[in-house]
Design a binder for this molecule. Structure first.
Ligand SMILES: [Zn+2]
Length: 139
């Protein structure tokens, strides 16, 4: 069934979508504006999430963290309370599969970034730029 869904160019709503996309632009836009489920983090939790983004993840195009330890990614999801987790099989022999958490919905990004920005160092400026851009278009 996933193979059929990947090849399909029809969104679950019935509209057509681009061959690389899983849903049409209207459904994508609606999903982007879904309410945030991001929790109010305690300072230690915010520091941990910030450090994970700083050390194991990136900010652009959305906050994300990749790790081979599923427990690390599960903890991230549990603390933040929001985001999508995906799993990539290794593309080379001897490499390990990678778990990836990402927060792509705009309202969720707006809810998380102010909580973790105080704990970012090298990625702080980029996080502030992302926050400003998301607020300008969706705030
Ligand atoms: Zn659709």
């Amino acid at each position: 069934m996933p193979a059929i869904a990947l090849r399909s160019k029809q969104c679950s709503c019935g509209r057509q979508c681009a061959s690389h996309a899983m849903r049409c632009r209207a459904c994508w836009r609606r999903a982007q504006l879904a309410p945030s489920r991001v929790k109010v983090l305690t300072p230690p939790a915010a520091a941990w999430v910030g450090a994970m983004i700083e050390g194991e993840g990136s900010i652009w195009p959305c906050p994300n963290v990749s790790n081979t330890e599923v427990e690390t990614i599960a903890t991230l999801l549990r603390l933040v309370g929001d985001g999508c987790v995906s799993y990539s099989l290794p593309n080379k022999l001897g490499k390990r599969a990678v778990w990836r958490w990402q927060l792509y919905r705009k309202r969720s990004i707006i809810a998380l970034l102010p909580q973790v920005i105080p704990y970012l160092t090298g990625k702080r400026a980029l996080a502030q730029a992302l926050q400003e851009e998301v607020l300008r278009y969706y705030g």
